[in-house]
Write a protein that binds this ligand. Structure first.
Ligand code: KG4
Ligand code: ZN
Length: 349
């Protein structure tokens, strides 16, 4: 019987406020997944403090890598590729991951692959939906990004649009702060929204038809105005109703535009990634609309929506085996504003 070799990939992710490492087998089978969150460090500042993030990554990165290898039951000698996030993200945070990955590659002699964090989100759904085929439309909704990108084939992308102001997660976090909820506010709004009336307040739906861009600052300003008026008029508002109405406006905007883009590009599959893809309201609305329009909706498990290294290992593996130039940029500088580029041409999508 012919035995195929297992290819083991180590992923390292430090682009924002999670220090993460993971091992995947043959690109898409999870062997270990370790995430050390810095939420407690940043919560009292109601946002990520870049300097504190870098310091926390320095403390955690080696123990987290060690834990990921131990959980997978292997040593670095058995790893075939070391993959790390080279951008986009916070400069100091990215540097810590890059230095750790380069040092590990240097002492172990293993090939090093640089990964674009957004490509990690594009492919995160493949960790569970193994039969998912390109082309598909990817909606990334996180604290730093809201992007609609067509994944035409592995490594070939067509960028449709992105946010012109606040990212979806940023809007959630800012509105949560206005409502006095802890950071990060997305999960708190999500929880309270389930107990509120989504029709209580009519917030705007910023569709920006004519482009595939998003803009969420208007919804946020409407929440500011609502709270100010309520205070002036000494009117009491149910926080659950504000959360449910805000969430309804965000979800409707995201769902309408995503499906309009999928129809426009004649795509039969939609993949959602990034922290806001963990939102219960968004998940339910995406699945319901997909069923109605006969478009497959693929949602990663919540642990693969928020930042993790399994998606970096998966994307790095796919690049390593499909892109002849995969190792070319592993030792280039980190790129805090890294664009999405096509593997074959090296051109921006
Ligand atoms: O992808 P991610 O972990 O990190 C970035 O790359 O930004 O996303 C974090 C963002 C935060 O803004 C957080 O509030 C939001 O995702 N988030 C949620 C939920 N869980 C996390 N937003 C809405 N509902 C959720 N359940
Ligand atoms: Zn992310």
């Amino acid at each position: 019987m012919k035995r195929t070799k297992k290819v083991l990939t180590l992923g390292i992710e430090t682009s924002c406020d999670e220090t993460a490492a993971a091992v995947v087998e043959n690109g898409l089978m999870l062997r270990s997944n370790v995430v050390s969150s810095q939420v407690n460090i940043h919560a009292k500042f109601a946002g990520v403090v870049p300097e504190l993030a870098s310091r926390a990554h320095i403390e955690s990165v080696n123990p987290v890598i060690g834990a990921a290898l131990a959980e997978a039951g292997i040593t670095i000698d058995e790893i075939d590729y070391i993959c790390y996030t080279r951008g986009p993200g916070l400069a100091g945070a990215l540097l810590v991951g890059q230095i750790a990955a380069q040092a590990l590659a240097s002492v172990s002699g293993k090939p090093l692959i640089a990964v674009n964090h957004l490509e990690g989100h594009f492919y995160a759904a493949l960790l569970e939906h193994k039969k998912l085929k390109t082309p598909y439309l990817s909606l990334i909704v996180s604290g730093g990004h809201t992007e609609l990108v067509v994944v035409e084939t592995l490594g070939r992308y067509r960028y449709l649009g992105g946010t012109r102001d606040d990212a979806a997660g940023e809007a959630y976090d800012k509105v949560a702060k206005l409502l006095g909820l802890p950071y990060p506010g997305g999960p708190h709004i999500d929880r309270l929204a389930a107990k509120g009336n989504p029709a209580a307040v009519k917030f705007p739906r910023p569709y920006l038809w004519g482009s595939w861009d998003f803009s969420f600052s208007g919804i946020k300003t409407s929440v500011v105005n609502l709270l100010r008026h309520a205070e002036l008029e000494k009117k009491s508002l149910r926080v659950e109703d504000v959360c449910a109405s805000f969430q309804q406006a965000m979800v409707e905007t995201l769902v309408e535009k995503t499906f309009a883009a999928a129809r426009d590009a004649s795509l039969k599959a939609v993949v959602v990634g990034g922290g806001v893809a963990a939102n219960a309201g968004l998940r339910a609305a995406m699945l319901a609309r997909g069923k109605k329009e006969r478009i497959g909706v693929h949602l990663p498990a919540k642990e693969f929506c928020t930042d993790n290294a399994a998606m970096i290992a998966a994307a790095g593996y796919l690049r390593a085996v499909n892109d002849r130039a995969a190792e070319a940029d592993a030792y280039h500088r980190i790129e805090p504003d890294m664009p999405i580029t096509n593997w074959k041409t090296g051109r921006r999508s």
